[in-house]
Design a protein around this ligand. Structure first.
Ligand code: 6PG
Length: 239
């Protein structure tokens, strides 16, 4: 595992965008995180890497909210509006977790999409790169402390509920996360400083993010100074 701390969120996102552009040259499979953090990443992908062969990648999501794509809550919908509609990422590269009122249908369809497009290793899909955000409660994808059992599930994807809103979501499991060739946890902003300390210094096992450690490659934390301020001098990270 390595921990990288950048001066600001733009620098952290530019680094991650460069990793994605590198992967795009060779082609591969990516699971994106949702939420707000990656929106800056998507902007940078278009503005600073216009020559990247983004159509060479297959973009999935580590988790998706069970809402129509038109909703601002939709991870796919937000990506479509900020990257596909603006011509940065071609439609053919996008493998959305489709919303159906019947969530079991959404689950079956995304499981089939993953099985049809992501190579398997040891009986599980192996993404080339999984990008994760980290919630203030230590969740990754939609694996929350309340459903931490999803981290060790041998399933590929599961239907879960947000612990506060009850919103139905589909998430990849921790088994898939830790089967990836590379995992990047992109975490920015002072609001994350406590949870980062609890994960990386306390190593609190009740927090799903603490268990992220891919078995086959590199697990990389990419943060800005604001998110990393409580771990300064407490890890080998270069600030
Ligand atoms: C989601 C995400 C989730 C997110 C974290 C961090 O669908 O919400 O995949 O795991 O990455 O909640 O979200 P922010 O980037 O908004 O802080």
């Amino acid at each position: 595992m390595n921990i990288m701390v950048f001066d600001h969120a733009t620098a952290a996102c530019t680094y991650v965008a460069g990793k994605l552009a590198e992967l795009a040259a060779a082609g591969g499979t990516v699971a994106l995180s949702g939420g707000s953090t990656p929106k800056l990443l998507f902007k940078i992908m278009g503005e600073q890497f216009p020559g990247a062969n983004w159509g060479n990648l297959k973009f999935f999501w580590g988790d998706e909210r069970m809402v129509p794509a038109e909703s601002s809550e939709s991870n796919y919908g937000e990506f479509y509006r900020t990257a596909v509609q603006k011509g940065v990422i071609p439609d053919k590269a996008v493998f959305a977790t489709d919303y159906f009122p019947d969530t079991t249908l959404s689950l079956k369809k995304i499981e089939d999409k993953i099985k049809g497009n992501v190579p398997f290793l040891h009986g599980l899909p192996q993404f080339d790169l999984i990008l994760l955000g980290v919630g203030e409660d230590g969740h990754v994808a939609s694996i929350f402390p309340d459903n931490i059992h999803s981290f060790s599930s041998s399933d590929v994807v599961e239907v879960v509920s947000h612990p506060v809103s009850g919103q139905k979501r589909i998430t990849i499991t921790g088994s898939v996360i830790n089967n990836a060739r590379e995992v990047i946890l992109l975490c920015t902003g002072a609001a994350k400083k406590e949870i980062i300390y609890n994960i990386l210094i306390d190593k609190n096992v009740n927090l799903p993010a603490t268990h992220v450690a891919t078995r086959h490659g590199n697990t990389e934390w990419c943060m800005d100074g604001a998110a990393a301020q409580n771990i300064k001098g407490k890890t080998e990270a270069a600030f």
